[in-house]
Write a protein that binds this ligand. Structure first.
Ligand SMILES: [Mn+2]
Length: 346
């Protein structure tokens, strides 16, 4: 039997860094990824989908989005959905216990049996966290799947060892990871279906559990991927060289992604213009991009040696101090930028 494990869709996320229009598009994509997942399940004859919490970003999610999510479930009665709520969507399914193909969980262990597969789960709270390990009751002969939402520390994963668990379908951590629980089972975070910001970088997707083969596979599935690239342009000799080097890196990032470029290094030329030189190409290729220009200029101190100005005075004072050359350059850079009226970030 094949079962899909997904979690942390966070439908209704604010996505505040995007423009109003892009935010609208991206929010629809978060919901649409769930619909694509259901289509994928149908095409691959997978009848069971586990939703391990935080399907909605918060309980007060847009009503239309919430209804649409449940309509996708109701429109596919041949698929079975197991929805265990997380810390963001505690009340999201309160009035949904009438949907025949939607199976919910609560604060006590609940067990659903499909042939020799047992899908169990419990919604963890402060009240039950210290007893959930003892109250779990599994049959050794079954293929046992446990659904939980929380990080491995708060769930006290070690206490689940040697309880006949084959697969722990977890939610809460937004990146896929699979770890050994004991000689029999694994505990797996499916991660979210779509990266929403620069704290959710890289491939996102879901997991297919194969209970016959006793294995599981991560399937990359995101509409767009969020990337962060750090580029050091210290070795470049001109703005043109720097742009070439940066474009070499950005060319490898797929179209329509979300990209943050962090450009750093100390250069001999003026690199303040980097952002505008990159604008045309980046704007046309990416859904969203931002540039963080952390470059510093290597100063030619001789130019200021006899300068009768506040700038000259500052430079003479700092250069005469007994500090490491590298630190000196940094301090001078900050001072000169302050004198230019710029805001600096230390
Ligand atoms: Mn969570």
């Amino acid at each position: 039997m094949k079962i899909i494990h997904t979690a942390d869709l966070h439908i209704g996320s604010p996505l505040a860094f995007l423009s109003e229009n892009d935010r609208k598009i991206r929010r629809i994509e978060l919901l649409d990824s769930f619909k694509r997942l259901v289509m994928y399940a149908k095409e691959n004859a997978i009848k069971y989908i586990l939703l391990s919490g935080d399907i909605f970003d918060k309980d007060k999610v847009n009503k239309a989005d919430k209804e649409y999510f449940y309509q996708i479930i109701e429109a596919n009665p041949d698929l079975n959905f197991y929805y265990l709520r997380g810390n963001h969507d505690t009340n999201s399914a309160l009035d949904k216990d009438n949907i025949k193909n939607l199976f919910l969980f609560n604060n006590d262990w609940k067990y659903y049996y499909i042939e020799d597969v047992c899908i169990s789960g419990i919604e963890v709270s402060e009240k039950n966290i210290n007893t959930i390990h003892q109250t779990l009751n599994l049959n050794k002969e079954n293929y046992n799947i446990i659904m939980l939402h929380g990080d491995s520390k708060e769930l006290i994963i070690n206490k689940f060892k040697n309880k006949y668990i084959d697969y722990m379908a977890l939610g809460h951590i937004h990146t896929y990871s699979s770890n050994v629980l004991d000689t029999r089972g694994n505990y797996v975070y499916s991660g979210c279906l779509e990266g929403r910001g620069f704290d959710e970088l890289g491939e996102k997707g879901f997991v297919i559990i194969d209970t016959n083969e006793k294995k599981h596979t991560f399937i990359p599935f995101a509409t767009r991927i969020v990337y962060e690239k750090i580029i050091d342009i210290t070795e470049t000799n001109s703005l043109y060289d720097a742009i070439e080097k940066i474009e070499e890196v950005t060319n490898e990032v797929p179209d329509k992604s979300l990209l943050k470029l962090i450009i750093k290094g100390t250069v001999k030329y003026d690199a303040t213009d980097i952002e505008s030189r990159l604008l045309v190409r980046l704007k046309s290729r990416f859904f969203y991009y931002e540039i963080c220009n952390k470059t510093k200029k290597l100063l030619n101190l001789d130019e200021y040696k006899n300068d009768i100005s506040l700038k000259g005075e500052v430079i003479r004072t700092i250069t005469s101090k007994n500090i490491a050359e590298e630190d000196k350059n940094d301090i001078l850079n900050y001072c000169l930028r302050l004198l230019n009226g710029e805001d600096i970030e230390l």
